[in-house]
Write a protein that binds this ligand. Structure first.
Ligand code: ZN
Length: 139
């Protein structure tokens, strides 16, 4: 069995964003040389997500509006977590809803997606460098 590991770095110049990271993940798969196996991709921060859905800008705005209704950023005093002096209580909750990781089957050297599936990095507390882990196992 072969194994491959890489960290992808992102620095989003605003608090929240959704980024299609499918090209970077596909590059990892090519580098790995693995033809059959499993690919894990996860955010390495507790205020960011990795998830799979459609690359459609209206949907991404819908996610952002929906998450802001569920867990508004302000007023920051509404979150017990922010009593630590942080201001990202909402970002922890948004990350929980959108998930930590995805696993994708690797078949014949390709990500074995459904038709419209793409991999996204969801940032909920940006303006700093953060990491995503890609781990691929197989042969
Ligand atoms: Zn925090």
């Amino acid at each position: 069995m072969q194994s491959y590991r890489k960290e992808l770095w992102f620095e989003v110049p605003r608090r929240r964003a959704f980024i299609n990271i499918t090209p970077q993940v596909e590059q990892c798969l090519r580098e790995s040389g693995i033809q059959e196996g499993l690919l894990l991709c996860n955010a390495m921060h507790i205020t960011a997500s990795v998830f799979i859905n459609d690359d459609e800008s209206g949907l991404h705005q819908d996610y952002d509006d929906w998450l802001e209704r569920l867990a508004p950023h302000a007023p920051i005093s509404q979150y017990r977590h922010n009593r630590t002096g942080e201001d990202n209580g909402d970002a922890h909750l948004k990350r929980q809803v959108m998930g930590r990781e995805v696993v994708v089957a690797v078949t014949k050297g390709r990500l074995d997606f459904g038709t419209w599936e793409r991999i996204f990095y969801g940032e909920f507390d940006g303006n700093r460098r953060k990491r995503v882990l890609v781990k691929i196992i197989g042969e």
